[in-house]
Design a binder for this molecule. Structure first.
Ligand SMILES: C[S@@+](CC[C@H](N)C(=O)[O-])C[C@H]1O[C@@H](n2cnc3c(N)ncnc32)[C@H](O)[C@@H]1O
Length: 301
C-alpha cells in the first residue's frame, strides 16, 4: 500500500476550501486526491491523472468502500493519461477554475512491490520499468542490451549521479556479449561485479542509482517534469497554488529553477524559500519518504 508522502503539508499549504477545484497530476493510489476531495466538500472537484493503466484500472475497480465511493461520486474525474497532456485534458473535461495543483513525482510503492515490471532490484523480474506499457515502447531491457557503452554511461551519470557509471556501463557491454541481460537479478549481478570491493559494503545498495537512472530514462521523467510544470503554470488560476514533491536532486533542481524563473517574470511567488522535508516521525513510518522535497508557489497573475 502506498502511503502518501507529506500529505498533511500538502493540505496545509494548498489550503483547499469547500467547493474549490484541484488537479492531481500523479494520482498513484489516490492518497493526495482523497485528502483534497475531503477538504473541498461538498461540491469541489479533483481532476486526477495517472499514467499507469494498471493503477488506473485498479482504482476504478476497487476504489474504496461504498461510503467513500458515494462521497467522491461526480467529484473525482480520473483519467489514464500523462500530465504532459495537461492542457488538452483540461480542455476535454472542461475543468476549472483551477485553485491548486499537486505533482508527486516518480513512482508509487505499488510499482516496486506489485507491478512485476522490474522497478525493484530486490525482486527477480523482467527489465521493463515502463509506467505505461501500452504507449511507451522503450524498456530498460532495450537500453541495457542495445544502447552503446557511451549512452549507457551517460544515462547512469546524468539520471543516477552514479559515480561508477563508466565501470558499470563497461561491464554491461562485456556481459551482454556472453548472453542477453534479461532480468533485474542479471543486472544486479553485473553491477556488483563492476564495483570495487570496498564499495560493496556501503549503506546504499549498489544497484540503487542504476535502477533509478534506467527508470528515469525509460519514462522520460525529466523532460516530462519540464513539460508538466509549464502547463501547470498556465492552467493555474490567480492565487492558485502549485505543490511539487520530488525524490532526487535532478527533479528538485528542475522544480527549483522553474519556480525561480516564474518568480523573476512575476508569474509566481515562491512560498517555500527552502523545500519542506518530512519529519522524523514520517520517515520512520514511511522510509520511502526520506528523500522527499516539497516546493510550493502561488500564481500571482
Ligand atoms: C509518487 S506516485 C503518486 C502517489 C500519490 N500521490 C498517492 O498518494 O497515492 C507517482 C505516480 O505518478 C505516476 N506518473 C508518473 N509519470 C506520470 C505522468 N507523466 N503522468 C501521469 N502520471 C504519472 C506514476 O505512475 C505513479 O503512480
Amino acid at each position: 500500500m502506498h502511503i502518501p508522502v507529506l500529505k498533511k503539508e500538502i493540505i496545509e499549504y494548498l489550503n483547499p476550501k469547500p467547493n474549490e477545484n484541484f488537479i492531481d497530476c500523479t494520482f498513484g493510489q489516490g492518497g493526495h486526491t482523497l485528502a483534497l476531495l475531503d477538504a473541498i466538500e461538498p461540491n469541489g472537484k479533483v481532476l486526477a491523472i495517472e499514467a499507469d493503466p494498471e493503477l488506473y484500472n485498479k482504482f476504478q475497480q476497487e476504489g474504496g468502500d461504498e461510503n467513500s465511493k458515494s462521497k467522491i461520486q461526480n467529484r473525482l474525474i480520473l483519467v489514464n493519461d500523462s500530465y504532459i497532456n495537461l492542457k488538452n485534458i483540461i480542455a476535454e473535461k472542461n475543468f476549472g477554475p483551477v485553485n491548486g495543483i499537486v505533482m508527486d513525482l516518480g513512482l508509487s510503492s505499488w510499482h516496486f512491490e506489485e507491478s512485476g515490471r522490474g522497478f525493484s532490484f530486490k525482486e527477480d523480474e523482467p527489465l521493463d520499468m515502463r509506467y505505461n506499457p501500452q504507449i511507451n515502447s522503450l524498456t530498460a531491457l532495450e537500453i541495457v542490451n542495445s544502447y552503446t557503452e557511451e549512452d549507457i554511461e551517460k544515462i547512469l551519470k546524468d539520471y543516477g549521479e552514479e559515480k561508477f557509471s563508466r565501470a558499470i556501463a563497461k561491464k554491461i557491454i562485456e556481459k551482454r556479449q556472453e548472453k542477453p541481460i534479461r532480468t533485474t537479478f542479471d543486472l544486479v549481478e553485473i553491477i556488483w561485479s563492476a564495483l570495487p570491493g570496498r564499495f560493496q559494503r556501503k549503506k546504499l545498495h549498489p544497484a540503487t542509482k542504476t535502477f533509478q537512472a534506467l527508470r528515469i530514462a525509460v519514462n522520460s521523467e525529466i523532460e516530462n517534469v519540464k513539460k508538466g510544470l509549464i502547463q501547470a503554470a498556465e492552467v493555474l488560476g490567480k492565487d492558485g497554488r502549485i505543490a511539487v514533491i520530488s525524490f532526487h536532486s535532478l527533479e528538485d533542481g528542475e522544480v527549483k529553477r522553474f519556480f525561480k524563473r516564474c518568480q523573476e517574470i512575476n508569474i509566481f511567488e515562491i512560498i517555500t524559500k527552502k523545500p519542506i522535508v518530512p519529519g522524523f516521525e514520517e520517515i520512520s513510518n514511511n522510509p520511502r519518504s526520506r528523500s522527499a522535497k516539497l516546493r510550493i508557489a502561488r500564481k500571482i497573475i
